[in-house]
Every structure is written in structure tokens, then in C-alpha cells.
Design a protein around this ligand. Structure first.
Ligand code: ZN
Length: 101
């Protein structure tokens, strides 16, 4: 199964969330907090109450991330070990480009 290396990274060491504006219908009590992963583009929608409690949490995994969910933990760890050098090299190149701007 061919899977995007960044999606393997998400499953192994966690998503890289950023908040995006929520324009959907309010379905739970509390304020909606919509997050999208910079790497795999999965989304997470939390509802936070006025005391900071988590009222609801829902995920909308990207098609690529759904593939990872069918793999065992051992499988995605092995995949990550195989692709991490590529990921680190890409991230270093991206960070160098950011510093130039
Ligand atoms: Zn992700």
C-alpha cells in the first residue's frame, strides 16, 4: 500500500494542527474549534464550554489518513522508519526556504 510519508508521520508522532474558521452549523453547546492538519489535511472539530470543558470532539480523516487507519501499529511504525529521512530532509528544505523569504 502506497501512503503519503507525511500521513505516516501523523499517525506515528501526531498531527500538526492549525485552527481554521468554522462556518458550519452549531450542533453542540459551547464554542466550535475547527482544526486542520497541515500534513495530512484531516480535520478535528471540538466544542469547548465556558469552563474549558470538552463538550464534543469529532474527526473527519482525510482519504489518505483513512488508509493508515486500516494498518496495524507495527505496520505504520515500520513505514515511518522507512520514510522519516525523506520527511526530515523535506522539512529542512522548507525551513531554509522560509528563512530566505
Ligand atoms: Zn495529520
Amino acid at each position: 500500500m502506497k501512503i503519503d510519508p507525511h500521513t505516516i508521520q501523523c499517525k506515528t508522532i501526531g498531527h500538526q494542527w492549525e485552527e481554521i474558521p468554522y462556518t458550519g452549523e452549531i450542533q453542540w453547546d459551547g464554542d466550535p474549534l475547527l482544526l486542520r492538519c497541515l500534513s495530512c489535511h484531516s480535520e478535528r472539530l471540538d466544542y469547548i464550554d465556558s469552563l474549558g470543558g470538552l463538550v464534543h470532539r469529532g474527526y473527519d480523516p482525510s482519504p489518505e489518513y483513512k488508509k493508515v487507519l486500516t494498518m496495524s501499529r507495527a505496520q505504520w511504525r515500520v513505514e515511518y522508519l522507512q520514510v522519516r529521512k525523506l520527511i526530515i530532509s523535506r522539512n529542512n528544505r522548507r525551513n531554509r526556504l522560509r528563512m530566505v523569504k
